[in-house]
Design a protein around this ligand. Sequence first.
Ligand code: SAH
Length: 214
Amino acid sequence: MHESDARLRMVQEQLAARGIRSGRVLEAMRSVPRHMFVPLQERGSAYTDRALSLAHGQTISQPFMVATMTESLALHPDDRVLEIGTGSGYQTAVLAELAHEVYTVERDPELALQARELLEEMGYGNIRYLVGDGTLGWPSQAPYDGIVVTAGAPSLPKELQAQLRDGGRIVIPIGTRSEQELYRVLRQGVEYSKEWITSCRFVPLVGEEGWSEA
Ligand code: SAH
């Protein structure tokens, strides 16, 4: 099957049929070529219903999880969004289709460089890149309308909370090193409310306000 047909099918069967309702999210995931973000040996599986392996023990999330997280962020076209865990850059591209600017932080310098080269080559001009510990956020560019963490955290990092604009949303998996619950945190003034979304499994968020190195 041609890649664009496989992608339309992915959106229909894995996303729309399972309750992803945002037309903007479905459209973004119809347009981002996921196969470009997966390692060559995994290309044939790019549009299957699962997470895939990246270099250095990391993973590119399952399409349905990317859609769920992105939909939960409820992005407006003029939003500025912070992503922790660039990884392959796939989720970054989806965010870049939906927001005004994306600030993405990755701790692994090789993954960060590879993702950056690919995203620049694809022509995304609204993404800014940082190599470092994303549990500390990206304070000089704060506040953000949305923050998404694509690795599993032991708790909600204080710095991320502080860098969220009033009215903003954080989407983050919180739990143990191997299993987490996905939450959406809403900020209203000094109040933060937390809503459960689903259970999930992400690689650990490693850093000062995350897990220690294995
Ligand atoms: N959204 C990515 C998911 C990558 S997996 C994708 O779809 O491809 C999670 C990523 O988080 C890994 O690349 C890992 O290196 C990174 N990560 C883990 N702890 C981090 C931290 N403290 N700061 C920034 N990135 C981190």
